[in-house]
Design a protein around this ligand. Structure first.
Ligand code: GN1
Ligand code: MG
Length: 368
């Protein structure tokens, strides 16, 4: 994108200060992000982002959700007398022409701007200390949003609905567009998926029966979606596009899926795919500390289920994409999606072996 086009877009927003330069920021795969520097030291710098409207078809809903969430969190922080609030919650800048509107559309693309948080870093890898901090931060995030007075929209419909993900898989099996369904290793994986399908859909059943509530969740709880200060304290949770009502299992389970695997989700050496109980324990400890006060017994009891659910769901989603002919995730080689699915299946097997220890750990924490 040309500098002058970017400058034109930025100038539609009610920012203060003079733009000195605009340069790419971060390595996100879904949205395009730029840093907008201003000349004056007393004025903030900004983050300009193009929202991917293929992945998020209703950008207006995304921005209404974000506005509701950030203003609710800001009000809570102010009421608690928190200092340095601008570094603890994101602030999006409205348009000059409409102070209620937080994005603009230019040539069919969607743009928004937020204040850049200075002296903050993101992390890619975790250790037990940062997992504990992440558990606290994501539990706090859910806790602050527990009494949000508006109904948030579902920015990706049925995003973490296990019944829907299995239905998508069945549909692609029936069509077999890439001619991959009969591969023996696919058939074996389908057997493993089938064996667990009923159990893995229990959140949806409990939801229908009215025993499991939906709460406001982040739904993309990776460690790189948090900002830390230089003392390793969590400042705030970022990447709020997927914030929507969901079972709390989403935030708890997806963090452990990504952080507690000894290797990356596409590592092809299945012997190395192992669940890390040190990461599990540290994250769970932090999470129960900040979310324990509002969680229902049924939610706490099912945390081990949540830990299994997300590798299972991701196995189903990667296999679905493999059988579809690799349309959703970028692939570096023809079996990349199958390798990812297999990695997630092996993570699930390792998690299943840890079930008794996980249950005992949670019971012990809750009895204190
Ligand atoms: C996608 O691109 P990223 O890493 O933020 C996906 C997640 C998957 C993840 C698997 C909107 O997230 O649900 O867990 O890939 N996000 C969407 O790598 O589909
Ligand atoms: Mg993301």
């Amino acid at each position: 994108m040309e500098q002058n086009e970017l400058r034109d877009i930025v100038s539609r927003f009610a920012i203060s200060g003079t733009i000195s330069e605009i340069k790419p920021l971060g390595e996100g795969l879904i949205n395009d992000t730029y840093l907008v520097k201003t000349t004056e030291t007393e004025q903030p710098d900004y983050v300009l982002q193009r929202v991917n409207h293929v992945v998020f078809p209703d950008v207006d809903m995304v921005m209404r959700n974000i506005q509701a969430v950030t203003s609710h969190i800001r009000a809570k922080l102010e009421a608690a007398g928190t200092t340095d609030i601008e570094r603890k919650v994101l602030r999006f800048i409205p348009l000059k022409e409409d102070s209620e509107k937080l994005y603009c559309v230019v040539g069919g693309l969607y743009w928004r701007i937020m204040i850049f948080i200075p002296n903050a870093i993101t992390k890619q890898a975790v250790n037990p200390e940062s997992s504990y901090a992440a558990g606290l931060a994501f539990g706090n995030f859910q806790s602050m949003l527990a009494d949000i007075p508006v109904q948030l929209g579902e920015t990706i419909k049925d995003f973490h609905n296990m019944e829907f993900r299995l239905q998508q898989l069945r549909e692609v099996i029936a069509l077999d567009p890439a001619g991959r369904v009969q591969e023996p290793q696919v058939q074996e994986m389908l057997r493993q998926i089938d064996q667990r399908a009923e159990e893995m859909c229990k959140a949806e059943r409990m939801g229908r029966e009215g025993t499991l509530p939906k709460r406001v969740c982040h739904c993309d709880t990776k460690v790189n979606n948090m900002m830390f200060d230089d003392q390793d304290n969590v400042l705030c949770v970022i990447d709020l596009d997927t914030v929507m009502p969901n079972y709390i299992f989403s935030d708890y389970g997806d963090f452990l899926r990504t952080a507690a695997n000894c290797v990356a989700e596409d590592c092809p050496d299945m012997d190395q795919v192992q669940f890390r109980s040190d990461i599990f324990e540290a994250f769970t400890e932090g999470y129960l500390q900040s979310a324990g006060s509002f969680l229902l017994p049924v939610e706490v009891e099912n945390l081990p289920y949540a830990t299994a659910l997300f590798p299972y769901m991701q196995c189903v989603r990667f296999l679905w994409d493999y059988l579809s002919g690799d349309k959703y995730w970028k692939c570096q080689y023809p079996t990349h999606n199958f390798v990812r699915a297999n990695n997630q299946l092996h993570l699930l097997l390792s998690i299943e072996a840890h079930f008794p220890a996980m249950k005992a750990f949670i019971a012990e924490k809750m009895s204190k």
